[in-house]
Write a protein that binds this ligand. Structure first.
Ligand code: NAD
Length: 253
């Protein structure tokens, strides 16, 4: 158990990758706060069915007061915060278009959620991490889309590029507190969100993506959870400010 006695907060944990991260961290012994705009009861039930410990809360990661309430609940109910996974983002359901035609209201909302979404929860938890005296690990979820420059999704691309920059800046500011900040940049994972994102082009996208990777198959959720557990745990205790591509070798940073 690599995360015994640790407390982890996972945003966007109601479904998809966030739910998988919550389950993986709990399987390694962490007590997990599963947080989302939507109900995380299914995530908590899955963690408990596997013998783990989790609580659910609602959060809007683009709202400061909501993030503070999430962090306070985690610390009060579980005794502190050691790990934060900034996973919640607008991804599924985004309407792709050439950059000249992107909807401006969607652009603003993407920036609101995908950039403030890692900042505000991080800001809310760092006081609790410092108080614990043991440092902490913040993991921001970026995307291959940012380093590749995925066409027809400039809002999403720009927001995830910002996540990589924020990871570097936060790592510099939080290093003296022994709080590590890293990013994980997956290629397209076969989740319900990806199916919604690509819509009718899903099957074509899957085969194009796989054929551009050194490991020529699609990324499954389980391919990512090991990297998340590694970055959350002391196994990565001297690693900070890095972006970890989990993309079957599509891109070398
Ligand atoms: N699935 C992929 O292929 C892929 C690839 C690269 C990066 N990512 C990133 O991984 C993360 C998760 O991806 P996914 O496929 O599971 O996405 P998803 O769209 O299926 O799930 C996102 C979750 O975030 C929640 N959420 C959205 N806005 C929120 C808000 N304001 N406050 C709180 N919760 C909010 C949603 O309710 C949802 O449960 C995202 O950051 C996404 O950009 C995904």
């Amino acid at each position: 158990m690599q995360l015994k006695d640790k407390v982890a907060v996972v945003t966007g944990a109601a479904r998809g990758l966030g739910r998988a991260y919550a389950e993986a961290l709990a399987a390694e012994g962490a007590a997990v706060v599963a947080a989302d705009l939507n109900d995380c009861a299914d995530t908590v039930a899955a963690v408990e069915a596997a013998g783990g410990r989790a609580i659910a809360t609602t959060v809007d990661v683009s709202d400061s007061a909501s993030c503070e309430a999430m962090a306070d609940l985690a610390a009060d109910a579980l005794g502190g915060i050691d790990i934060l996974i900034n996973n919640a983002a607008l991804y599924a359901g985004l309407k792709g278009a050439r950059f000249e035609q992107l909807d401006e209201a969607q652009w603003d909302r993407v920036m609101q959620v995908n950039i403030k979404g890692p900042w505000l929860p991080s800001r809310a938890v760092v006081g609790h991490m410092r108080a614990g005296g043991d440092g902490g690990s913040i993991i921001n979820i970026a995307s291959l889309a940012a380093v590749f420059g995925l066409p027809y999704g400039l809002d999403y691309v720009a927001s995830k590029a910002a996540v990589i920059g924020m990871t570097r800046g936060m790592a510099r500011e939080l290093g003296p507190d022994h709080i590590r900040v890293n990013a994980v940049a997956p290629s397209a994972v076969i989740t319900e969100g990806t199916e919604e994102f690509f819509g009718e082009k899903f099957e074509k996208a899957k085969s194009v993506i796989a054929s551009n990777q050194l490991i020529p198959r699609n990324l499954e959720t389980e391919d990512l959870t090991g990297t998340i557990v590694y970055l959350a745990s002391d196994a990565s205790r001297f690693v900070t400010g890095q972006t970890h591509m989990v993309d079957g070798g599509s891109w070398f940073l």
